[in-house]
Design a protein around this ligand. Structure first.
Ligand code: ZN
Length: 150
């Protein structure tokens, strides 16, 4: 059975950015429902279990280019006391629209916390090494929900 819309596809993957492994694992996803990056799903379409696929995604095809203006300075004493505010730590802030927006701490200087709202992989070119390890039809319930059930 090949990778096609409305099928549950299991992949084993390694993600590298500039030669360094930033993520790896094995996961099932529902193909054709925007569960993965669209360009990655497109590259997997038509493959079958056992196939190995190398996918090279530009920032535009992945998490977008970095917006140099999506940075801010927050006050350290407005963070909850129990959290550790250190470079690399990730938090959520509620935007003016009520939506939660993730940000990453870049540096802490006195009471100033410099943060970046860009996706951590914004601006990165992604190299995926993917092996398709399984394909099965999705259940009606999975199709209704738009995601895989355990
Ligand atoms: Zn569900």
């Amino acid at each position: 059975m090949t990778v096609a819309p409305d099928r549950v596809v299991t992949i084993r993957y390694t993600l590298r950015v500039e030669g360094e492994v930033v993520d790896q694992g094995e996961l099932p996803y529902l193909h054709g429902h925007h569960n993965l990056l669209e360009a990655l799903e497109e590259a997997l379409e038509g493959h079958e279990p056992g196939d190995q696929v190398r996918v090279h995604l530009s920032p535009e095809e992945a998490y977008g280019v970095r917006d140099p203006e999506a940075v801010a300075v927050l006050e350290l004493d407005r963070f909850p006391e129990e959290v550790e505010v250190v470079p690399g730590a990730q938090f959520y802030a509620e935007g003016s629209d009520g939506e939660a927006r993730a940000f990453t701490v870049v540096s802490v200087e006195g009471n100033e916390v410099h943060v970046d709202f860009n996706h951590p992989l914004a601006g990165a070119t992604l190299d995926f090494e993917v092996e398709v390890t399984g394909v099965r039809p999705a259940t009606p319930e999975e199709l209704a929900h738009g995601h895989v059930h355990g």
